[in-house]
Design a protein around this ligand. Structure first.
Ligand SMILES: Cc1cc2nc3c(=O)[nH]c(=O)nc-3n(C[C@H](O)[C@H](O)[C@H](O)COP(=O)(O)OP(=O)(O)OC[C@H]3O[C@@H](n4cnc5c(N)ncnc54)[C@H](O)[C@@H]3O)c2cc1C
Length: 432
């Protein structure tokens, strides 16, 4: 495009779109309502803890090619993500005290399920075939058309409780029983189904901003993109088949004939600004608990926990942090109650006798869209009825659940659609 492309929203989707556009030779202005970039994936200083923490603990996998490619493009530090050299996941059962390490082998042929020392205790190799039901139900179906995981595999038994439930809940942030098979199938095929090489766990130990946001901002500024913070988009001016004005809280931007727009906003904001847009409407929360105590030596970077409130325990160099997904049931629980219950669990898991250190509870109410069939069917494609407007965001039709990988992929898709002049007009109710 010969004109200027305005990207609105500097979460990972907007940053990814802006990077792809700059790579494609476009002139880019990035507008963000907040004072900083990163959206739901960013770091900030928490005075109670006296530490810089992330907006939420985030887990990536080595089978997230778009996220890793984005980091390479923006020149993120090589050690921004840490994880074991091989795919391995430590687990603990708070009820029985058992510990185990899941170790998928590198290649696609999953021989590891034949080895009792690599799989979940109390399970048989044949149990691992259960997710084939998900793949069968999803095959050849459109978004949201394959039904729920609960309808396609048995959601009970030791392997479900100790592997499929924690893994699917973490990936989908929605109770697996009510989650969409298409989203689950996509995740399974791109990670576990692709072998251990694609599911090494990766954690941004020095923070999400250091890994994804700061290098992207530096990359964009260094290539002439203009970044404007504290700019909230309120509305759009609709011309004939195109957008001709951006109405920000502090003034309007008139668009020239060759100018384009990428809306990389959360779905509830995009729906307000673009009347008639079909987008997800229900969300799931995530609760994080942070404790300002360096982990004991030898602690695994990531520990999956079953039969407790704690689901995943992250051992950052300066703190212990817990993630609880699909956590709507906890939104009304007091922060004090959550913190003390979680600290009892951590003390048990780590054999700690120490007093509860400084702590923080962060409840993200709309952390992700609900990964149900109904919401999966409401995702919008990048192209719109308006020739110069495209959409990005983890909620657009990437086929993936709400994830870093999905957000970054959506940004690239949107940028390419704009650069290539695609138009489909499938997102608006009543459109052909
Ligand atoms: C607690 C938590 C834990 C998570 N854990 C994981 C995980 O382990 N692994 C994983 O892969 N993913 C995880 N995710 C999901 C991941 O963070 C998101 O999928 C991703 O960050 C979404 O990026 P986005 O750019 O699509 O949206 P957002 O990050 O929401 O970006 C939207 C941007 O638009 C801006 N904006 C809003 N309104 C306006 C306006 N009117 N004008 C201008 N700007 C506006 C916002 O300020 C924001 O910066 C987690 C999310 C949360 C909240």
């Amino acid at each position: 495009m010969a004109g200027t492309i305005h990207v609105v929203g500097a979460g990972l989707a907007g940053l990814s779109a802006a990077v792809s556009l700059v790579e494609g030779g476009a002139r880019v202005v990035l507008h963000e309502a907040a004072k900083q970039a990163g959206g739901r994936c960013r770091s900030y200083y928490d005075p109670t803890l006296g530490l810089t923490i992330d907006n939420g603990n985030h887990l990536l996998l080595s089978g997230n090619p778009s996220a890793l490619g984005f980091m390479r493009t923006i020149g993120a530090p090589a050690d921004a993500l840490s994880g074991p050299a091989e795919a391995e996941f430590d687990f603990a059962d708070l009820k029985t005290g058992e510990r185990w390490r899941l170790r998928p082998n590198r290649g696609r042929l999953p021989w590891w399920v034949m080895s009792p020392s690599r799989r979940v205790p109390g399970t048989r190799a044949a149990d691992y075939l259960a997710p084939l039901g998900i793949l069968r139900a999803a095959a050849g179906k459109g978004p949201g058309q394959g039904g729920t995981i609960g309808e396609s595999m048995t959601c009970a038994g030791p392997l479900y409780d100790r592997l499929w439930h924690p893994v699917l809940l973490a990936a989908l942030n929605t109770d697996p029983k009510e989650s969409d098979v298409g989203l689950a199938a996509k995740i399974l095929l791109e990670t576990l189904g692709a072998g251990g090489e694609a599911c090494r766990p990766l954690v941004a130990v020095a923070g999400l901003s250091a890994a994804f946001v700061d290098p992207a901002v530096t990359y964009l500024s260094g290539r002439g993109a203009e970044l404007r913070f504290g700019r909230r988009l309120r509305g759009l001016g609709f011309g004939v088949g195109r957008i001709d004005r951006l109405d920000f809280a502090d003034g309007a931007v008139e668009l020239g004939r060759d100018d384009g727009v990428v809306l990389a906003l959360p779905p509830w904001v995009a729906s307000d600004i673009l009347p008639g847009l079909t987008a997800p409407q229900s969300y799931r929360s995530i609760v994080n608990a942070h404790f300002a105590l360096p982990p004991p030596p030898g602690s695994p970077l990531l520990l999956g926990v079953v039969n407790g409130l704690t689901e995943w325990l992250f051992a950052y160099p300066d703190r212990l942090s817990v993630t609880i997904s699909g956590a709507d049931r906890l939104l009304e629980t007091s922060r004090e109650d959550l913190s003390s219950q979680i600290w009892i669990e951590i003390s048990t898991l780590m054999g700690l006798a120490s007093e509860r250190p400084s702590w923080q509870i962060v409840k993200e109410k709309r952390a992700t869209f609900a990964a149900t069939p109904a919401e999966a069917a409401r995702r919008a494609s990048a192209v719109t009825d308006h020739t110069n407007l495209v959409l990005a965001g983890d909620w657009t039709a990437t086929g993936l659940p709400s994830t870093i990988e999905g957000a970054i992929r959506s940004g690239t898709t949107a940028a390419l659609a704009l650069l290539n002049g695609e138009r489909a007009g499938r997102n608006m109710r009543g459109a052909a």
